[in-house]
Design a protein around this ligand. Structure first.
Ligand SMILES: Nc1ncnc2c1ncn2[C@@H]1O[C@H](COP(=O)(O)OP(=O)(O)OP(=O)(O)O)[C@@H](O)[C@H]1O
Ligand code: SF4
Ligand SMILES: [Mg+2]
Length: 412
C-alpha cells in the first residue's frame, strides 16, 4: 500500500476516545548522570489505528514503548506525566502508571502487548514454541484443557502463517521471519486492544518484511487492535501508518497524518529524514543526509535540541525551547500570554515543534525552501552533479551554509 492509499483509508476510531493516551510523559534512567530519554511526550492512539513512531537511534522510541506498557526496568522510571488506557466501548479510563501487582499483570499482555526489537533474544531458546505460547495463557489464568490449549496455540501460529507442525520446534529451528511471526502470535494470544511493535521487521529481508507487514494489516482488520509501530525507517511508516510521530532527542517534534507528513513535512528534521531514503517509484533524486548527531541526553538541552544540525536555525533557536503546536493557529486571545497554542495529540492537523512556524518569531511563516522537494527534478540533480556537488557540502543545493553532510545521488 502506498502512502496515498494509506491516507485514503479511513482513520479508524472516528470520534471514539483514544484507547491509549499519553500526557507529558518523562522517562529518566538514573545513572551517575541521569539520562532524560523521553522529555515530555503526549500522544493519543485511537482504537484500531496504526501510529508510526520514527526517529534516529537513541531518540527514545523503545523507552517510550516500555513506558506505555509498564515494562521499564530500573534504572529507568517514568518520573512525570500520565498514561491512560480506555478500552473500546468503555468510558472507564485506567491509570496505567498506577497499576500494581496483579492488576498490572492482568493488564499487560491482555490489554497492551508488545513485540520486541529482537525476536531471538525475546524467545526462550530452550523451550518449544508451544510451551512459550501456552505460558501466556497460564500467566493470565486462562484455564484450558491440554487439548484445548494445544488447539489455541495451533490456531494462533496458523493465523500468522506458520504450519501447526512447527509448535514443537525450538526458536533456533525457525527462520528470523518465523520467529518474528511467533512473537506476533504471542502478542495476539489474549486479543489485546493495542500492540506495540518495536522494530519488528528490522532484522528481516525486504520480502519477508513486506509479508509480515501485510500479515499485521490483515490481522488488524480481523481483530481491530491498534498498533504503535516503531522504526527508524520512515519510508516504511509512511506506507503503513494512519498517523506518524517523529521523535528527536526524547520528544515528538512532528505529528500528523502520514500522507500529509510525506507531502508537506514541517520540521527540518522530518524533511531531512524524508530526504535520506530513496523512492522506489519516483524520479532520479539526490539523497541528503542529516549532518551531525543527536544531543547527549544526560546533559540539559537548551533551546531547540535540533539547532546544531538545522540548516534553518535562526536567532531564537539556541535559547527558546519550541513546543508542539499547530502552525497557523496563532490567534491570540486578549490577555493570552501564549499566542501559539499547543495541540491535543490525535488532532487531524499536523503539529510541529519548530520556531519557524511560530508567528511571534516569523510573522511571515516558514521559509519557502523549508519543504525541500523529496523528488528533485532531473535538472536539479544534473546541475548538482555537473557542479561537482555529489559528495560535497550541500550548501548550494539546499541554500544552507551550515550543512556539512554528504549527498548520495540515486537513480530510483
Ligand atoms: N538502561 C539504560 N541506562 C541508561 N541509559 C539508557 C538505558 N537504556 C536506554 N538509555 C538511553 O536512553 C536513550 C533512548 O534509548 P532508546 O533505546 O529508547 O532509543 P531508541 O530510539 O529505541 O534507539 P534504537 O533505534 O537504537 O533502538 C539513549 O540515549 C540511550 O542511551
Ligand atoms: S526551532 Fe530552529 S533549530 Fe529547531 S528545527 Fe526549527 S528552525 Fe531548526
Ligand atoms: Mg529501540
Amino acid at each position: 500500500m502506498t502512502a496515498t492509499e494509506a491516507a485514503r483509508r479511513r482513520v479508524p476510531g472516528g470520534s471514539a476516545p483514544p484507547v491509549l493516551s499519553l500526557r507529558d510523559v518523562v522517562v529518566e534512567y538514573a545513572a551517575e548522570t541521569t539520562v532524560r530519554a523521553v522529555r515530555g511526550v503526549s500522544l493519543d492512539i485511537a482504537p484500531g489505528e496504526v501510529v508510526g513512531v520514527a526517529g534516529e537511534s537513541g531518540c527514545g522510541k523503545s523507552t517510550l514503548a516500555y513506558a506505555m506498557t509498564r515494562l521499564l526496568r530500573p534504572p529507568g522510571a517514568v518520573t512525570e506525566g500520565s498514561v491512560t488506557f480506555t478500552p473500546a466501548g468503555s468510558e472507564e479510563a485506567v491509570d496505567v502508571l498506577a497499576l500494581d501487582g496483579q492488576e498490572l499483570q492482568a493488564f499487560r499482555w491482555a490489554r497492551i502487548a508488545m513485540v520486541f526489537q529482537s525476536a531471538m533474544s525475546a524467545l526462550n531458546p530452550v523451550v518449544t514454541i508451544e510451551r512459550q505460547i501456552s505460558d501466556v495463557f497460564a500467566a493470565h489464568g486462562v484455564k484450558l484443557s491440554r487439548a484445548a490449549k494445544h488447539e489455541r496455540c495451533a490456531d494462533l501460529i496458523e493465523l500468522v502463517g506458520i504450519d501447526r507442525a512447527r509448535l514443537s520446534s525450538f526458536p533456533h529451528e525457525l527462520s528470523g521471519g518465523m520467529r518474528q511471526r511467533v512473537m506476533i502470535a504471542m502478542a495476539l494470544a489474549l486479543r489485546p486492544d493495542v500492540i506495540i511493535m518495536d522494530e519488528p521487521t528490522t532484522a528481516l529481508d525486504v520480502v519477508v518484511q513486506r509479508e509480515i507487514l501485510a500479515e499485521i494489516d490483515r490481522l488488524r482488520d480481523m481483530f481491530g487492535f491498534a498498533v504503535v509501530f516503531i522504526t527508524h525507517d520512515l519510508s516504511l511508516l509512511l506506507e503503513i501508518s494512519d498517523h506518524i510521530a517523529i521523535m528527536y532527542a526524547g520528544r515528538v517534534v512532528e505529528y500528523g497524518e502520514a500522507a500529509e507528513i510525506l507531502a508537506r513535512p514541517k520540521h527540518p528534521y522530518t524533511v531531512g529524514l524524508i530526504d535520506s531514503f530513496p523512492s522506489l517509484r519516483g524520479a532520479r533524486r539526490v539523497l541528503r543526509g542529516i549532518p551531525g548527531s543527536p544531543p547527549d541526553l544526560s546533559r540539559p538541552v537548551h533551546g531547540c535540541s535540533f539547532e546544531p544540525r538545522c540548516r534553518h536555525a535562526f536567532a531564537p533557536c539556541p535559547t527558546v525551547d519550541p513546543a508542539l503546536r499547530v502552525p497557523g493557529r496563532a490567534s491570540r486571545a486578549p490577555g493570552d500570554a501564549d499566542p501559539d497554542r499547543t495541540v491535543s495529540p490525535g488532532s487531524a492537523l499536523t503539529s510541529v515543534a519548530c520556531l519557524l512556524h511560530e508567528t511571534r518569531f516569523r510573522p511571515g511563516g516558514p521559509p519557502a525552501d523549508l519543504h525541500t522537494p523529496s523528488h528533485p527534478s532531473r535538472a536539479e540533480v544534473d546541475r548538482a552533479t555537473a557542479a561537482g556537488l555529489t559528495g560535497a557540502p550541500t550548501g548550494s543545493l539546499g541554500g544552507s551554509t551550515r550543512e556539512t553532510s554528504t549527498e548520495t545521488e540515486v537513480r530510483a
